[in-house]
Ligand binder design. Structure first.
Ligand SMILES: NC(=O)c1ccc[n+]([C@@H]2O[C@H](COP(=O)([O-])OP(=O)(O)OC[C@H]3O[C@@H](n4cnc5c(N)ncnc54)[C@H](O)[C@@H]3O)[C@@H](O)[C@H]2O)c1
Length: 473
């Protein structure tokens, strides 16, 4: 069951008696947030705890790790009238925020400035003193052996334990395998001498942000919460109810941890499926985009996923392996995950083979050809290049002797391949082949097809354009 209802502020603005409005809204939220699996008495108990946990007046929220996840979260609390202490281990980020400069595209410097009065950027964990809740949003990458790297989380937890105060709620938002909150985070926090459930509260609540997306926001995306105890869950529901219209509870942190992984694995597996289909379609000489477009006309039982040059970003190429690791501990092999990872990781190599074929068709070799990549970030509309397939394509094309350049309105410099973005018009005229790697909406693809000698579209953005110099995945 979901927590629903409007913000108390919205009712107050409608001119009704604010006290009554708050009571009605909040009571509805409390009961709706309860997991249907809970028995009646326990439901009532938790609903009562949520009401008690809800503090009147502004809270002080600590956010650890001010990146793509932490900064928007910090701003959301500030915009809802709460004071925020934002902590980051990177002094450049702290300095940047103090001088009012945002480095996360979803948060404009104007929005940052508007929230500045309530947000204190810091590098000192002692500033968490007096916080009602501390939300952990640090990276959870993979080691070189493709195993979970919890170093950032352990460092953050150790620093929090040193300053943890009675009555504080700690929530882990970083994506991780089931068991992390209970087995890894809790023991470190209890080194403080405080006990979970009585002295402090602990929960897991995965971040579902999708950078660059504007149709769903932190407020309109339901938030999942799994607490170590019922009180922990109630505290977390009360806190997130301040910034989210819906909070969904599950019976413990493990279910919340796994729910987040399921969301990402679902995408990874389906993307792998259409990528494999794209390879087959190439052999069968069938246009994969036409197939996907046609299948997507079914109004039920089908969800559209598009093929492309491979998966990027911090989540999809990484998170499934968190679950695969946990499964191996149980002597269980997650074959869908491994297979999807294999197909998706191979996709840039398939794309470079396609580059070779496209050049071959115009009697050119990859060796010595000028290849321009259009878009190098991992997704449209953002400048994040982490795990971007463009990096692998650039490296593989260079290994085959190509001269690689790129144009990306969101990525002026790309240190990973030692290049800077070049002018679109000049690049198109001087290259042998332009490859659409990221479908940035700012790029005029008709212009691309009109001006480049040869275009290879890995994203299907040129559908509808007919030209002899155009090839699609
Ligand atoms: N980026 C996304 O779209 C997204 C979406 C959902 C979930 N997530 C998950 O959220 C988590 C954070 O991802 P992100 O993209 O925001 O990462 P990020 O790299 O953008 O930001 C993380 C920040 O944490 C800071 N940090 C690292 N260790 C620290 C420490 N000990 N103390 C204080 N600060 C520290 C870093 O300096 C950095 O600024 C990851 O687990 C990720 O999987 C990310």
């Amino acid at each position: 069951m979901r927590l629903e209802g409007r913000r108390p502020g919205a009712l107050q603005r409608s001119g009704r008696w604010p006290g009554a409005a708050w009571y009605v809204t909040y009571q509805r939220r409390c009961f709706a947030a309860l997991n249907p699996a809970l028995t009646g008495t326990r439901s009532l108990f938790i609903a009562a705890r949520i009401l008690i946990a809800r503090r009147l007046g502004p809270m002080k929220i600590g956010v650890i790790g001010l990146g793509y996840v932490g900064l928007p979260l910090a701003i959301a609390f500030a915009e809802s009238g709460h004071d925020v202490v934002g902590l980051d281990a990177d002094p450049r980020r702290v300095q940047s925020l103090r001088s009012g400069e945002s480095y996360v595209e979803d948060i404009s410097s104007e929005r940052l400035a508007a929230a500045a009065e309530r947000v204190e950027a810091s590098g000192d964990y002692a500033d968490l003193s007096g916080c009602d809740a501390v939300l952990i949003c640090v990276p959870t990458p993979l080691t070189s052996a493709r195993e979970p790297d919890l170093t950032y989380l352990v460092d953050a937890a150790t620093s929090i334990a040193a300053v943890l105060e009675k009555g504080q709620l700690v929530v882990l938002e970083s994506t991780t395998y089931p068991g992390t909150t209970r087995e890894r985070l809790l023991p470190i926090l209890e080194e403080s001498g405080l006990a979970v459930g009585s002295d402090f509260h602990l929960a897991f609540s995965p971040e579902r942000i999708d950078p660059g997306r504007t149709d769903y926001t932190i407020r309109t995306t339901p938030k999942i919460v799994g607490g170590l105890t019922d009180d922990c869950a109630a505290r977390a529901v009360a806190v997130y109810g301040e910034i989210c219209d819906e909070v969904v509870t599950v019976l413990g942190p493990e279910a919340a941890e796994l729910a987040k992984l399921l969301e990402n694995i679902f995408r990874s597996v389906n993307i792998a499926l259409v990528n494999e289909l794209a390879m087959l379609c190439h052999r069968l000489e069938i246009d994969v985009w036409e197939v996907v477009d046609a299948a997507a006309t079914k109004p039920f039982g089908f969800m559209r996923f598009d093929p492309g040059p491979g998966m990027g970003g911090h989540c999809l190429p990484v998170d499934p392996f968190y679950l695969a690791f946990k499964a191996r501990e149980q002597d269980f092999y997650t074959e869908f995950i491994e297979l999807a990872g294999k197909v998706n990781q191979n996709q840039p190599r398939f794309c470079v083979d396609r580059i070779g074929e496209a050049l071959n068709d115009v009697r050119k070799a990859v060796n010595g050809s000028k290849i321009m990549l259009l878009g190098v970030s991992y997704k449209p509309g953002v400048g994040d290049t982490r795990e971007s397939p463009a990096l692998k394509i650039a490296r593989l094309a260079r290994e085959r002797g190509a001269e690689v350049s790129y144009h990306d309105p969101h990525v002026p410099e790309l240190g990973a391949i030692g290049l800077s973005s070049i002018d679109l018009g000049e690049g198109l005229k001087s290259c042998d082949l332009a490859c659409v790697v990221t479908a940035h909406p700012e790029i005029d693809y008709e212009q691309v097809v009109a001006e480049a000698p040869l275009v290879l579209d890995f994203r299907g953005v040129t559908r509808g354009i007919e030209a002899t110099n155009l090839v699609r995945l």
